[in-house]
Design a binder for this molecule. Sequence first.
Ligand SMILES: *Cc1c(COP(=O)(O)O)cnc(C)c1O
Length: 399
Amino acid sequence: MNTTDFYRNLAEAVKSGKIPYVIESGEGAYLTINGKKKLNFCSSHYLGLAVDDRLKEAVKEAVDKYGIGTGYRTLAGTHTLHVQLEEALARFKGAEAAIVLTGGYMANCAAIATIIGKEDIVISDELNHASIIDAIRLSQVKNKFIYKHLDMGELEERLKEAVELQKTPKENGEEPVILIVTDGVFSMDGDLAPLPQIVELAKKYGVLTMVDDAHGEGVLGKGGRGIVDHFNLHGQVDIEMGTLSKAFSVMGGFITGKATLINFYKQKARQFLFSNALTIADTAAVLEGVKILEESDELVKKLWDNTNYLREEFKKLGFDTGHSQTPITPVMLPDENLARQFSAKLFELDVFATPIVFPMVPKGKDRVRVIPSAAHDKKDLDLGIAAFAKVGRELKVIS
Ligand SMILES: *Cc1c(COP(=O)(O)O)cnc(C)c1O
């Protein structure tokens, strides 16, 4: 193969290099696309913080005071704002300590690949996020068990096998580590991991647990403290990973846990050692976001009021909204073309909700995934609901 073939193959592998929607405004209740205002009906900025004036002010102040960039944390890049943010996140999550990285993806890689090596054992839900899957690959672990989504019976079977394997020591004489890892909220269906049962099984077999709380923070638990708080399991999940890009609406990721574990990550995680830290603006924005949530649960309450209202109205109209337990509201449209067509027609009615089709979900589980936020008022939701009703009838999804 010469290089001409190589580039032709690349071009053939993707239908079009064009990004379909370019956003020309802030990402609040509404967005501007091609100069037109659209209802923002599918973003995971759950709390509307992407356009919050308090975050904007905090960023301006911090940038005026400290400038823009930071550096490598372990060399000379740890800024007082980074330290403050880690303290704030640990406090918010009710954990001993926190480490902040530049993305949730990075945080998952650090969380798993730093403590799991070739000879350890990982047990993972089949629907875990791609960044968990990649983190497991990065660890090069040989013994990985994938259990059927939420199936605690199968998880226990895999645990029994893992415990048998654990009896053979590693080359260095140590016992292999066993880690169960799961998403807290599964992002396509909005269902929850049965964390109490997972923790119970982990205790029974003496293994470590990790939860990815990307869609739980700012959403579940008291004042949005996440899935561990929701189930009142403080101190019982070894590794909690989170993102700063969903409810916090900025960027970055973090891990919370016991101070011993977090210190180990700070000394050993390659994603921390060999990659730059969050900028001043990002860090100041998230710090303000945490402060807002610590002061009041108003935004989280509004998110849930909106969620309950929207779901109720969709159900009344006759849509199948799956079995979500969170603001993630799938409207099932079991055909790829139908889902695409549905979304395109919504767009004509100035409602922005993108289709989710194979391979993001299995074939026949196509959908438009709606996510209300605290930025929406009732009239915004009503506008979206009316558009869904019109398109639903037009496409004969509802009668
Ligand atoms: C979005 C997401 C991530 C990745 O977070 P980023 O900060 O965007 O890198 C990880 N896990 C889950 C479950 C997510 O939904």
